[in-house]
Design a protein around this ligand. Structure first.
Ligand SMILES: NC(=O)c1ccc[n+]([C@@H]2O[C@H](COP(=O)([O-])OP(=O)(O)OC[C@H]3O[C@@H](n4cnc5c(N)ncnc54)[C@H](O)[C@@H]3O)[C@@H](O)[C@H]2O)c1
Length: 238
């Protein structure tokens, strides 16, 4: 498979290493220094594009891939307020698009556990809920895309919580997300239900970036030749 890598930072490099090990070819590498080379014509050399740049550049890069007509796997976080517009545009352009706030198999299983736990706790009003995410200090967005996905899953299943807030809150309808920035943490997410009597806590800790990179390559293999909207649930058959 021929891959176009958009963003050649920590994730782009980790993805390249795994893609090459699996026998794929990286035919285009775009970073901030050659961003003008991200054109539909250049992209069309590839079977699939993988985008990991950041919050401010993702949407423009996504639209360029839609113009090129090649399937795209996007992992940039911090732009989710535009996700509905991007999905609409993907459908309009008959593009292949897969976004995941987190590509690791472990986190995608953790998402399923989070949903199940929230369903079980939906009527247990004596429990307060607090979520925490811990990442390295270079991370540009807060809260993390993964913690937003986790919070939204809780909001969908727990009627007494109406919205998430990125601070400690004592308002009963707020769902607290605490963001901590500590080096060299690649990513920890904690969901805690607690009462006067006891507490239940689920934790996912990434030890390195390999899980995200391997998942992104697996997603690119899945997207090769496809149009339409997909998620990691489709890739992993969850
Ligand atoms: N979804 C996931 O599983 C997952 C996992 C880890 C990181 N992320 C997200 O992926 C993004 C990148 O993370 P990272 O750790 O690799 O960051 P990074 O800062 O190491 O790399 C980003 C790279 O993008 C480049 N860049 C900036 N503007 C660009 C542009 N216009 N065109 C092309 N390249 C450009 C930068 O020069 C840099 O090399 C972040 O948003 C991060 O939160 C997602």
């Amino acid at each position: 498979m021929k891959i176009a890598l958009i963003g050649y930072g920590k994730m782009g490099k980790a993805i390249e290493e795994i893609a090459l090990q699996k026998g794929h070819e990286v035919v285009l590498k775009i970073d901030v220094t050659n961003a003008d080379e991200l054109t539909p014509k250049n992209l069309q050399q590839a079977d699939v594009a993988i985008e990991f740049t950041g919050p401010h550049t993702a949407v423009q890069n996504i639209f360029t891939c839609f113009e090129a007509g090649i399937p795209l796997v996007c992992g940039s976080t911090g732009w989710l307020e535009k996700l509905d517009d991007v999905k609409r545009k993907a459908v309009e352009k008959n593009a292949g698009f897969l976004y995941a706030s987190n590509f690791s198999i472990g986190v995608n299983i953790f998402f399923e556990v989070n949903k199940k736990l929230a369903q079980l706790m939906s009527r247990q009003d004596s429990y307060e809920i607090k979520t925490t995410e811990i990442h390295h200090t270079e991370k540009k967005d807060a809260p993390s895309g993964t913690s937003i996905t986790l919070a939204e899953q809780i909001l969908e299943n727990i009627p007494r919580k109406k919205h998430w807030v990125n601070r400690e809150s004592v308002e009963s309808d707020d769902l607290t997300i605490i963001s901590k920035r500590i080096d060299p943490a690649p990513g920890t997410h904690i969901i805690k239900y607690f009462s006067d009597i006891d507490e239940i806590e689920i934790i996912h800790t990434a030890h390195n970036r390999k899980g995200f990179a391997a998942g992104a390559v697996q997603a690119a293999e899945f997207m090769n030749g496809k149009t339409g909207l997909y998620s990691m649930k489709d890739v992993l058959g969850l």
